[in-house]
Design a protein around this ligand. Structure first.
Ligand code: SF4
Length: 348
């Protein structure tokens, strides 16, 4: 079995088990399919402003992090619970679900919006699944091949309007399951993983013969889009994935994508978001760096901002303050690693 010497559990933060950062406690709030209602956006904005650093930080799994919190997160947990954002405390760190962000709005073979909430309820109803590693990832792809490219541990991907493929670690298992059985299939795979995982955190760490990849598409394009019902929506990206609390409140209902952008289903007035796909620096991301992280060798976000105007929009670049490279993208990118005096530039 892989990683026989690994004895520690994964340290993925949540709300009840925060990460102790240099700028205070960091809490990660799981959003099934990245979905945030207008009421939840209001609560998250209040929490960020009154309890945190004034911003919400988007993650590469379509979740939100709050930083600069008190170590006692009782008040935060109470507010999130009242907003339906912490429905199952025992399962909070395993509620990691990607879903095609534009599903039900524009394109796609099926609408997976309800299925992702059904999946969340099914996972939280199984006490044994609370033992999944916090890194384990579920995905529901509506057929466009966006989130199935994120190498989720278990994924159902629509092949037509009725049937889909079951993927493990982003690879086709050959198993075909109707849409109505997608949630059951993913729960069964998660239970199987618990039985066989040993010390593994991810399916890809198992010594399994894995199938082929299905063709994928790269995320959701930045900019306005026309919904299937003829109305207008927009996809925008906050600079370096950091959105001011007031802007989140003004946006209202959003879908957070795994590519540090948000879908705003209705309306084109989107404060705090870059919506022009040709904006220089649009492809730049960065870990939190100094002063938020004690491990960082540089203020990487300031350094990233300093070069933004000179980096064409199509260039994917990630700045890291140390070798952990937190938040690095899955897709090929320019790797900017802070050294003691200058950055080491590479490709990854
Ligand atoms: S990559 Fe290193 S410096 Fe950056 S947030 Fe992660 S641990 Fe901190």
């Amino acid at each position: 079995m892989a990683h026989p010497g690994r004895v520690r559990p994964d340290a993925c933060p949540g709300v009840f088990a925060t990460h102790d950062a240099a700028d205070g406690a960091l809490a990660r709030i799981r959003l099934p399919g990245g979905r945030v209602s207008a009421g939840q956006a209001d609560v998250l904005a209040s929490c960020a402003k009154e309890l945190g650093d004034g911003s919400v930080h988007l993650t590469s799994r379509g979740n939100i992090q709050l930083r600069g919190l008190s170590r006692d997160t009782g008040e935060l947990a109470a507010r999130l619970t009242s907003a339906g954002l912490l429905p199952a405390p025992a399962h909070e760190r395993v509620r990691n679900y990607l879903a095609s962000p534009l599903s039900g709005l524009a394109g796609g073979l099926v609408d997976v919006r309800d299925a992702v909430f059904e999946l969340d309820r099914a996972v939280c109803a199984r006490p044994e699944l609370a033992a999944l590693p916090g890194r384990f990832l579920f995905a529901l792809d509506d057929g466009r091949g966006d989130v199935s490219g994120e190498d989720a541990d278990v994924c159902w991907r629509a092949l037509d309007s009725a049937t889909g493929a079951v993927l493990l670690a982003g690879r086709d298992t050959g198993e075909r399951v109707p849409f109505a059985g997608a949630v059951d299939a993913l729960v069964r795979k998660a239970l199987w993983f618990l039985e066989v995982r040993g010390s593994a955190w991810r399916v890809r760490e198992l010594d399994l013969p894995l199938g082929e990849r299905l063709p994928t598409s790269p995320g959701v394009p930045i900019g306005p889009f026309t919904r299937d019902d003829g109305r207008a929506g927009v996809v925008g990206a906050p600079v370096l994935g950091q959105l001011a609390a007031a802007d989140l409140r003004a946006l209202g209902e959003v879908v957070v994508t795994p590519w540090r952008s948000v879908v705003v289903p209705l309306g084109l007035d989107v404060p705090g978001l870059v919506t022009d796909p040709d904006t220089p620096g649009l492809g730049i991301s960065a870990c939190i760096g100094r002063p938020g992280c004690a491990k960082s060798r540089a203020d990487v976000r300031a350094d990233a901002r300093a070069v933004m105007r000179r980096v064409p929009a199509g260039v994917r670049m990630h700045f890291s303050g140390c070798e952990r490279r937190c938040g690095r993208p899955h897709e090929p990118h320019v790797d900017m690693l802070a050294g003691t005096e200058e950055y080491q530039k590479g490709t990854a």
